[in-house]
Design a protein. Structure first.
Length: 111
């Protein structure tokens, strides 16, 4: 699947697929040297990873396109201008975690 940067997408999905990673990175004060945000994770998947471009050009297999679109819809429900704790605790985050885990597995098993 050359339409996307698989490594970058999986890295960003790791964050979206794990509440523990979200808490570790999004609530970090930076003293560990690692910090991130919901916005950065979204950009990692859709912009840096090339998923938006691949969706726009219909260059992803249907099973992937359907799940990435579902992920985007769930992410749209979570406000980006609130405290990270509110994002992590948002009801839509459960769906984000689930779909992100599915996508990670699908990408890992796809050549």
């Amino acid at each position: 699947m050359s339409a996307i940067n698989k490594q970058v997408v999986i890295w960003a999905l790791d964050e979206l697929a794990s509440r523990a990673e979200q808490e570790r990175l999004w609530l970090s004060d930076g003293s560990s040297g690692e910090v991130s945000s919901l916005t950065e994770a979204i950009c990692g998947v859709f912009d840096d990873g090339g998923v938006s471009r691949a969706l726009d050009s219909n260059s992803l297999p249907d099973e992937f396109a359907m799940r990435f679109r579902a992920l985007s819809n769930y992410l749209d429900k979570i406000p980006e201008d609130v405290h990270p704790r509110e994002q992590i605790d948002h009801p839509a985050m459960e769906d984000v975690v689930k779909v992100s885990q599915e996508l990670k597995e699908m990408l890992s098993n796809h050549e």
